[in-house]
Design a protein around this ligand. Structure first.
Ligand SMILES: [Zn+2]
Length: 366
């Protein structure tokens, strides 16, 4: 037993040495790769948070509330949470006080900052006071009747702006014909927008027990002009007394911001993983193009990174008999196996991901 542990530790030390050497080699030899590696630290580098309405535009009105106040309170809390957990991420607000910001300026702020994600925050309203629940929109052209109602209301804020007709190419928020402009749009960020919107909805429903009005698509001017994954979240109905008091309460605002912040965590983490895969894939291609290297590159699939060493009877050890353990500082990282090529690792990653969805490929010099 003692000898076995010693052997594991010894091979761990060796592996750690290899990883360190590989990192050093990258630093010394491949200047280009260093830049790419640095970027993997934050898959999402900048996020723009847009508190809907403001200043002379109060947004929708509840019996005791104005939409512009609720959206600002939740937006600021969300930004604080992201800054606290992701100090490397730049958080930009379209407004951080009660002021009027034209719609096209909001997306321009996100575009100029080269944001990786745009989160627009709003509150819903309906003539039926029983209407309730949360819904998250992504840009889309096909709209059902109730989606059109939301888009109409949120887009109509442009009427607060001077020369809005000219500025927005005669867009009339109330005319369905106007919405045809959105059909011409090719949204390359559609999948990522849907992914983030889905995470937001899941958290609202699972963690906050909110009524699910699901992820929807509609034509919003504020999303239309954003060149990045973008969502518009309707936090709930201010026309519904119960939801209004929830959204006005510190508890409701805290839970709401937390649900979105956690969706951000997951989304950002997934972006890091896919960037890391891209780096590995690029270096794998570089290897193929260059003459056979004196030492071979090995590929590992990481399945876990934990604070405490896992026990000998842990399911991971049963599931992956060749499980590799790497002890770095306070972390224990676990890899399913080592593979001779990126393609081989990639092939195995598919099945590993079915159970460990955050698994990813990393590599080192042998
Ligand atoms: Zn709104």
């Amino acid at each position: 037993m003692q000898a076995k542990v010693g052997l594991i530790l010894k091979s761990c030390c060796l592996l750690r040495f290899y990883v360190l050497m590989a990192a050093l080699a990258w630093l010394l030899v491949e200047g280009g790769a260093v830049a790419v590696c640095a970027r993997t630290k934050a898959g999402v580098r900048t996020v723009t948070i847009d508190a809907g309405h403001g200043g002379k535009d109060p947004g929708t009105l509840g019996p005791n509330s104005k939409e512009k106040d609720v959206t600002l309170a939740v937006a600021l809390r969300l930004g604080e949470k992201i800054r606290a957990k992701h100090p490397e991420v730049k958080v930009i607000y379209t407004r951080d006080k009660d002021e009027f910001i034209p719609l096209d300026e909001r997306s321009a702020i996100a575009n100029v900052a080269k944001s990786d994600l745009f989160i627009s925050i709003h509150c819903n309203s309906a003539s039926a006071t029983v209407a309730k629940g949360v819904e998250t929109f992504v840009m889309g052209w096909h709209m059902a009747e109730d989606q059109f109602e939301v888009a109409k209301r949120e887009n109509s804020v442009i009427t607060f702006e001077q020369d809005y007709s000219q500025k927005y190419n005669h867009f009339d928020p109330n005319s369905p014909e106007s919405y045809i402009i959105f059909s011409l749009m090719q949204n390359v960020f559609h999948d990522q927008s849907i992914e983030f919107a889905t995470l937001v909805q899941q958290n609202f429903v699972k963690k906050n027990n909110r009524f699910d009005r699901e992820v929807k698509q509609a034509g919003f001017l504020v999303l239309y002009k954003s060149s990045m994954p973008a969502v518009l979240i309707e936090l709930g109905f201010l026309s519904n007394r119960k939801e209004e008091s929830y959204l006005l309460s510190p508890k409701g605002q805290e839970e709401t911001a937390e649900a979105i912040a956690q969706a951000f965590d997951t989304y950002a983490k997934r972006r890091e993983v896919s960037l890391l895969e891209k780096v590995t894939s690029d270096s794998a291609r570089a290897d193929t193009a260059s003459p056979a290297p004196a030492v071979g590159r090995r590929y590992l699939i990481q399945v876990a990174s934990v604070n405490e060493r896992i026990g000998s009877k842990h399911p991971l050890r049963r599931e992956f008999p060749n499980l590799i353990e790497l002890h770095e500082g306070k972390r224990y990282r676990y890899f399913t196996d080592r593979y001779g090529s990126y393609e081989e690792a990639k092939k195995n990653l598919q099945s590993v991901k079915e159970k460990y969805k955050d698994a990813f490929i990393t590599s080192f010099e042998d």
